[in-house]
Structures are given as structure tokens and as C-alpha cells.
Write a protein that binds this ligand. Structure first.
Ligand SMILES: Cc1cc2nc3c(=O)[nH]c(=O)nc-3n(C[C@H](O)[C@H](O)[C@H](O)COP(=O)(O)O)c2cc1C
Length: 365
């Protein structure tokens, strides 16, 4: 069996193979509630052949949404809509496929336009809202200046992650991924670029990671049966920003409070970042964390070819690979990977007459 298709244990949860769908915002929700778009999207992802489907960034309160279209889990309506979409997705997904939301808060990067509407901050006429963060520092010139959360507000925010986790358990998800990356609220606390606090929640690394740790503790209390993972930006790619060795310490602390995997991404907290992108451009960051912390790591970023994904696992550089844009382009990527690597996976009988074509497309001429 190719290494990419070998099962893996993440805490209490066995995942059928090493392929994960990376979380991807769809900007198609209605006040946080999954729409018909999500029903078709999740049904498709459940049939992709990936063992793990990380549903998009799912915000724990209304003002935590990036845009008016972002998914949330802060109301009964959001919970009911997510349940409906998940039940539909599970009905036809490849048996064993695990689903989880990526619980998040956009912090100072909230109140923005959808990317296809140009992104960037909403204007007052577009129903903009007051954003929040660790410190009152905007992401960039012209962006909203966030309100620096007071200590009681931080405590209340942590509770909101717990409330959303309780809802996630009732929806029927298998796991929760915490969004600690890409310049959103948890990363805003972690990074010295955006956290200039002088209380217990800022300054030293121990203080900057306190919010992430407390969020995980609260989620564990609220949803003790769900496996918890986290996505981190391993580095900011900016002078004076978060660096690899700090993330290693954060990962160790997260493991000690019950996190079962770390998805190793990078950047997102500064417009001045310089990221050299190319195939597998963040794999070395997953490898860096893996060599120093005894916890499964997931690599992500332009891992578009099945052979590359398989070699990352075979060479022990990461334990799983996550895929985003390749899945949008080819939602049967898992089938193609199986064919390319000479592995057989079950595909629905309705589609089996196309098996030879999947195989043919997987074999370079
Ligand atoms: C449409 C789209 C939406 C995304 N939304 C999220 C998200 O909700 N949470 C997140 O952590 N990353 C998000 N990302 C980043 C991806 O998860 C992934 O890390 C990134 O695209 C690099 O992987 P890729 O080269 O396989 O696309 C998004 C990416 C895309 C293309």
C-alpha cells in the first residue's frame, strides 16, 4: 500500500489515509449558516477519497467572520444548517471519511469583502463592524483599527470557542481544528507583530500563547469526545515576527493540553511578508516541527501532485498532507492519487464505469 494511503491515528480518531482536505472558506453562508452551496460542496468533498475533510473556517461569533458570507457556529440556526449539510454529506461519503470544522475568529481581519468582491475592509455603507484583537493595531494602512480586548472580554471570547465546540459536537462532527494561523485572532495573540499587550496575555511567549492554550482547554471541556487539532503559522516571514523555534514551544504546550495534530502553515499576519512559494513550499516547516515535537504534523501548500504527497509521507517529513486548490480543481483528487500510486479505493458503483479514465489520466503519457 502506498504510504499516502496508510491509516493514521490522531488521538482517539483513526483516519483512513494521509490525505486531508485543507479548510477553505466559501463565503457562501447566510449569517453563519451553511447554504445549499455547502450541501453540494461537502457532499463532493466526502467523495474525494480524502480520509479527513476539514470544513472551512467556522467563526465562533458574528463579529469573528471575515465577511458577511462566512460560516459560523454561533446560533441555533447555524447549528441546524451545519447538521443538515453534514447529514447529506455523510450519506454518500466514502465510508470512514471524517469531518471537522475549523473553529476560528478573524479578529482584526474581520469585516471585509468577499475575495471576488475585491477583499479589503468593508465600508460603513456595507454594514462594517468594530473588529477586535490582542492590541489596537490594524492589519495594514486603511484597515479597521481593532478594539484591544479587555481581560474580561478575552475570557468571554474563550467561552465562545467552547460554545461553538458544544454545537460542533451536537452537529455530529468527528473532530475540531482550531484556526491558529493566517493572521486571525489566535495568531494575532501569538505573534509579537500584533500583540503588544503588557498584561498576562502579551509580552513573553508564555503569555502570547496563553490565549491559544486556554481556547484548547475550553474546547476540550465543551466537547470531550471530539479529537482536537490546530493549524499554526509556523513563522510570520517578517523580521521581528513569530519564528519556528517559538512555534515548536507552542506546539509542545498545545500537545500537553490535548491537541492531537498540528497543521503547519505559515504567514498571513503582515502585508510585508515575503514567502517564496513553489511546490511543497511549507513542507520544511512541518518537518522542522516534527523533528522537535512528538506529535503528528500535517504539511500543506502546493502539494498538488500525488507523487509529491506520497514522498513527503514516505520520507517521514510529515504525517499527513493537506490539499486546498488542487481539490477545487479536481474534487476526485484522492481517486487520481490512488490510481497514480497504484492503489485501489472504493468508488461509488454509479461511477465505476469511469474507473479506466481515472487511471488513464493518472498515468503520464
Ligand atoms: C478558497 C480558499 C479558501 C481558504 N480558506 C481557508 C480557511 O478557511 N482556513 C485556512 O486555514 N486556510 C484557508 N485557505 C488556505 C488553504 O487551506 C491552504 O493552506 C492554502 O491554499 C495552501 O494550500 P494549496 O496550495 O493546496 O491550495 C484557503 C485557501 C483557498 C484557496
Amino acid at each position: 500500500m502506498p504510504d499516502l494511503f496508510s491509516p493514521i491515528q490522531l488521538g482517539p480518531l483513526e483516519i483512513a489515509n494521509r490525505i486531508a482536505i485543507a479548510p477553505m472558506c466559501q463565503y457562501s453562508a447566510d449569517d453563519g449558516a451553511a447554504s445549499e452551496w455547502h450541501v453540494q460542496h461537502w457532499m463532493t468533498l466526502g467523495m474525494s477519497g480524502a480520509g479527513m475533510v476539514t470544513v472551512e473556517m467556522t467563526d465562533v461569533e458574528r463579529r469573528g467572520r471575515i465577511s458577511h458570507g462566512c460560516l459560523g457556529l454561533y446560533s441555533d440556526a447555524d447549528e441546524a444548517a451545519a447538521k443538515r449539510a453534514l447529514v447529506a454529506a455523510r450519506e454518500f461519503s466514502i465510508p470512514g471519511t471524517k469531518f471537522g470544522p475549523q473553529l476560528a475568529h478573524a479578529g482584526r481581519k474581520a469585516s471585509c469583502n468577499r475575495p471576488w468582491e475585491g477583499g479589503g475592509p468593508l465600508s460603513p455603507e456595507q454594514d462594517a463592524w468594530q473588529t477586535v484583537s490582542a492590541s489596537a493595531i490594524p492589519y495594514d494602512t486603511g484597515w479597521h483599527t481593532p478594539h484591544a480586548l479587555t481581560e474580561p472580554e478575552i475570557v468571554a471570547m474563550i467561552r465562545k470557542f467552547g460554545d461553538a465546540a458544544r454545537r460542533a459536537a451536537r452537529v455530529g462532527y468527528d473532530f475540531i481544528e482550531v484556526h491558529g494561523a493566517h493572521g486571525y485572532l489566535i495568531h494575532q495573540f501569538l505573534s509579537p507583530l500584533s500583540n503588544k499587550r503588557e498584561d498576562d496575555w502579551g509580552g513573553s511567549l508564555e503569555n502570547r500563547m496563553r490565549f491559544a492554550i486556554e481556547v484548547v482547554r475550553e474546547i476540550r471541556k465543551a466537547a470531550p469526545d471530539l479529537m482536537i487539532g490546530i493549524r499554526l503559522s509556523v513563522k510570520d516571514w517578517v523580521e521581528g515576527g513569530l519564528v519556528e523555534d517559538e512555534t515548536v514551544e507552542v506546539a509542545k504546550a498545545l500537545k500537553s493540553v490535548g491537541v492531537s495534530y498540528i497543521c503547519c502553515s505559515s504567514g498571513g499576519n503582515s502585508p510585508h511578508q515575503k514567502i517564496p512559494v513553489g511546490p511543497g513550499y511549507q513542507v520544511h516547516l512541518a518537518e522542522y516541527v516534527k523533528q522537535r515535537v512528538d506529535i503528528p504534523v500535517r504539511a500543506v501548500g502546493m502539494i498538488d501532485e500525488p507523487a509529491l504527497a506520497n514522498s513527503i509521507i514516505s520520507e517521514g517529513r510529515a504525517d499527513m498532507t493537506a490539499h486546498a486548490r488542487a481539490i477545487l480543481a479536481d474534487p476526485r483528487w484522492g481517486w487520481r492519487a490512488a490510481a497514480a500510486l497504484g492503489h485501489r479505493i472504493e468508488i461509488p458503483p454509479q461511477f465505476q464505469r469511469a474507473s479506466h479514465l481515472v487511471k488513464q489520466w493518472a498515468t503520464p503519457a
